[in-house]
Design a protein around this ligand. Structure first.
Ligand SMILES: Cc1ncc(C[n+]2csc(CCOP(=O)(O)OP(=O)(O)O)c2C)c(N)n1
Length: 288
């Protein structure tokens, strides 16, 4: 057990006993502790869902945003203050349903943000509807006859759309997940970790007895994360009984902040805007 007390709040998590969010919560606090962070070194952005409730249980700067909008908020924070470590989290419904457009565009931009998807393959907070990562045939309140559509593949999407660090974690492998979060935060650029997160209440078929015998670590399989083709091959291999976790893809590329002349030397918050009259601007827009 690590001494993560500094990142606890006075509230006790309200997740169901056995929820995978506990593992992610612990791994995040451990990562911040191992990185030597103070509470004000990191800003987290949360979406709406059981995963979003994490905002109450972790003592760092935080912004509990609206459904699907964690990444635009996180992007704004990073561009305003380059010194903050920005970590955004979403459920699979939040980030890959209503928020999917933002996900793809943030991959393209390569802003220096860490993004954690709590992927339980179901809508948890709203008590068990189908999500974009629910498998075909999945029966739920919203798809009583089974899902027809092909599920979203967040890792393959991230790899082809320009994310520079793409990984899969498992909330039942907390030390491994902690190490992934540390590497993602240290990475300069958009780092995505899709975390397999059991929802023991509304998706019991994808719980610990399913994942434990199937997961294996890519680093043990000798995978080179700079190998684009092999990374994509692993990401697309969804029908195999074995499930890889670890870093699929990692390359070095200039970040959005470094590539923009306006942002390279100083963040938005350091620009002097005292001589800008907002009312004049509004008037100008009204007239145009
Ligand atoms: C604009 C909007 N649409 C719908 C909802 C209702 N809603 C709240 S959480 C949620 C989905 C939660 O699922 P997921 O993102 O997978 O998170 P989980 O609860 O499983 O962690 C939905 C549809 C909402 N709050 N706002």
């Amino acid at each position: 057990m690590k001494d993560n007390q500094k990142f606890n709040t006075y509230q006790t998590p309200s997740w169901c006993p056995g929820c995978g969010n506990f593992g992610i919560w612990y791994a995040l606090k451990s990562a911040y502790t191992e990185l030597g962070f103070d509470n004000n070194d990191v800003c987290m952005v949360f979406g709406i869902g059981c995963s979003g409730n994490l905002s109450n249980f972790i003592k760092v700067y935080g912004f509990h945003s609206i459904h699907g909008r964690t990444l635009p908020v996180a992007s704004g924070i990073k561009l305003a203050n380059h010194k903050l470590n920005v970590v955004a989290t979403s459920g699979d419904g939040d980030g890959l349903g209503i928020g999917l457009g933002h996900f793809i565009h943030t991959c393209r931009r390569n802003i220096d943000i860490t993004y954690i998807i709590h992927d339980n393959r179901v809508y948890g907070l709203t008590t068990g509807q189908t999500s974009p990562t629910s498998p075909q045939g999945f029966q739920s309140k919203s798809t009583p006859f089974g899902v027809i559509e092909q599920p979203i593949n967040p890792l393959a999407l991230a790899i082809i759309q320009g994310a520079t660090f793409v990984a899969r974690g498992y909330s039942g492998e907390i030390d491994h997940l902690t190490s992934l979060i540390i590497q993602a935060i240290k990475h300069k650029g958009f780092a995505v970790i899709d975390v397999l997160q059991p929802c023991v209440t509304f998706n019991p078929n994808f719980s610990y007895p399913f994942y434990n015998p199937r997961v294996f670590k890519l680093e043990d399989a000798g995978h080179n994360p700079e190998d684009f083709n092999n990374a994509l091959k692993y990401a697309l291999d969804v029908n195999n009984d074995k499930i890889p976790i670890g870093i699929f893809y990692k390359i070095s590329k200039p970040t959005y902040e470094e590539s923009s002349e306006e942002l390279r030397d100083k963040p938005l918050s350091e620009y002097d805007i005292s001589d800008i009259s907002i009312s004049e601007l509004i008037e100008e827009i009204r007239e145009s």
